[in-house]
Design a protein around this ligand. Structure first.
Ligand SMILES: Cc1cc2nc3c(=O)[nH]c(=O)nc-3n(C[C@H](O)[C@H](O)[C@H](O)COP(=O)(O)OP(=O)(O)OC[C@H]3O[C@@H](n4cnc5c(N)ncnc54)[C@H](O)[C@@H]3O)c2cc1C
Length: 463
């Protein structure tokens, strides 16, 4: 079997996992990492897979938690990141937390001693024409020169340097007895119909209380290098409210063009709109609600919105320094750049968010690049698995206005997996309470995910 070299750029969570997987699959790998010759604003060391902030890989519960499910899948796929995390655990209750130095040392040692991996320290600023198989895993702090090189291939508008994330709600937790579906003025857009939005009405008193809470709510602060330039098109909601108590009411919360079928005679003082966020219709983002409020404050304040009292958030809002592609637009279903399929992307730069999700995308990219370097092709696991659901979301499952205009980074969550309905009653014949049913649904989806992953692993092209 002839194999061509796989070049992995970036030795963070995604690049380390990608190099390991490609090398284990028999590919010759060069892992390019710019540290320590050039640093980033957040990394402190020259080690691979350095955790730049928290030391937590979040919940380690495969049955009832989507990131726990991702852990379980990664373990089945012989993940280096999970192996080292498991070996370097620190006490953290139900979460998987690690001794960050021990963890990075373990990853570095494994990569440095792998016979198929050569480590090359230095900044990569372009893509030499004789590199046939490249994985770009340079993360949220991709060096400016490489970002330029990517932009020259993709065009200006597809690489973002800041994210502006609005909270995302699980559809099943929205009270449709209060909220209703309608597009403003019943307009049918290019990708939507006259009932494309979910609307939540606020009375004057509710709006005033909401603005008070927004102004008083605790906000996160930026580090000096993180300072996010606010664009008028995507101001944080609380900044809008600081500019004038009525500003949100003339912006994302404007009540015009909408009639509440639950109370047709009553005009709402303000309306919060949610827009479908994924093709499955399980996730809805709150339009224009990008925010720097702390997570606890967001949950508390957004649950005062009529219809969202019991909202469960798939992710909360935020604004961060980040570098990510508009993946639904520019990547194919195997994470390759449509404009130059030699290049495959992995990690945070693809629009996933978090250590675990980034490593998972590295894992698949490494396997797929290794297969190609050996003249084979490999498709990702099905969208019913956590890995497959992430790939499907970032490469096409995301849906807003019928296209990828407002793609923003995403954590793994059950809303990305095709829904399953548990039976209405438990095995004893007793009716499920609402939260029990939610748990039963998660477990069903987790069991299905692991079974489908095992089937995928048995396919001849994966062997
Ligand atoms: C300040 C900050 C705090 C964060 N906190 C958390 C957190 O608490 N929990 C969490 O889950 N996620 C957090 N994240 C997100 C986190 O960065 C990702 O989850 C994860 O590190 C992404 O993995 P990655 O491999 O895509 O990127 P990284 O882990 O950042 O790895 C990218 C690597 O590429 C290298 N590189 C960049 N450009 C080049 C180049 N041109 N040539 C060669 N090498 C290059 C970098 O030096 C780096 O080693 C945080 C991000 C930031 C910026």
């Amino acid at each position: 079997m002839t194999t061509e070299t796989v070049h992995v750029i970036g030795g963070g969570l995604a690049g380390s996992e990608a190099a390991w997987q490609a090398a284990n699959a028999g590919a010759q790998v060069v892992l390019h990492e710019m540290r320590p010759t050039r640093g980033t604003e957040a990394h402190q060391t020259d080690r691979f897979a350095e955790l730049v902030c928290s030391n937590s890989f979040r919940a380690d519960d495969w049955e009832y938690n989507a990131v726990g499910l991702l852990h379980a899948e990664m373990r089945r796929l012989d993940s280096l990141i999970m192996r080292c995390a498991d070996a370097c655990q620190t006490p953290a209750g139900g979460a998987l937390a690690v001794d960050r130095e021990g963890f990075a040392d373990a990853v570095t040692a494994a990569l440095a001693s792998h016979p198929n991996i050569r480590i090359d320290r230095g900044e990569i600023v372009g893509f030499p024409s004789d590199w046939r198989h490249v994985i770009v895993a340079t993360g949220p702090l991709t060096s400016p020169a490489l970002a330029e090189a990517i932009l020259s291939l993709t065009g200006e508008s597809v690489l973002s340097f800041f994210d502006a994330i609005a909270p995302i709600v699980h559809f099943e937790t929205i009270d449709m007895g209060v909220a209703w579906r309608q597009s403003r003025y019943d307009k049918e857009g290019p990708g939507g119909d006259a009932a494309a939005y979910i609307n939540c009405p606020l009375s004057r008193d509710e709006y005033e209380a909401f603005i008070d809470a927004l102004l008083a709510g605790e906000k996160t602060t930026f580090k000096e290098w993180e300072k996010v330039p606010y664009f008028d098109g995507c101001l944080p909601l609380e900044v809008m409210a600081e500019r004038g108590r009525d500003t949100p009411r003339y912006g994302p919360m404007k009540p015009v063009g909408l009639t509440n079928p639950h109370k047709p005679g009553e005009k709402a003082y303000a309306v919060v709109q949610l827009r479908q966020d994924n093709a499955l219709g399980t996730l809805w983002n709150i339009v224009g609600f990008q925010t720097k409020l702390k997570h606890g404050a967001q949950t508390e304040i957004f649950r005062t919105i009529p219809g969202l009292e019991k909202a469960v958030f798939a992710r909360l809002g935020g604004l961060h320094r980040n570098t990510f592609l508009n993946s639904p637009r520019v990547l194919d279903g195997t994470l390759r750049l449509k404009a130059d399929p030699r290049l495959r992307f992995a990690g945070q730069i693809t629009g996933v968010e978090g250590y675990v999700e980034s490593a998972a995308m590295g894992l698949l990219a490494g396997r797929m690049a290794a297969a190609e370097s050996q003249g084979r092709s490999l498709t990702p696991p099905p969208a019913s698995t956590a890995h497959g659901a992430l790939v499907a979301h970032i490469t096409g499952g995301h849906l807003q206005d019928g296209d990828a205009r407002s793609f923003q980074p995403m954590n793994i969550n059950y809303g990305l997996l095709p829904p399953m309905d548990p039976p209405r009653a438990s095995e004893t014949g007793r009716k499920f309470a609402r939260n029990e049913r939610g748990r039963a649904r998660k477990r069903l989806m987790s069991v299905r995910a692991l079974a489908d992953l095992d089937l995928w692993l048995q396919a001849p092209e994966v062997q």
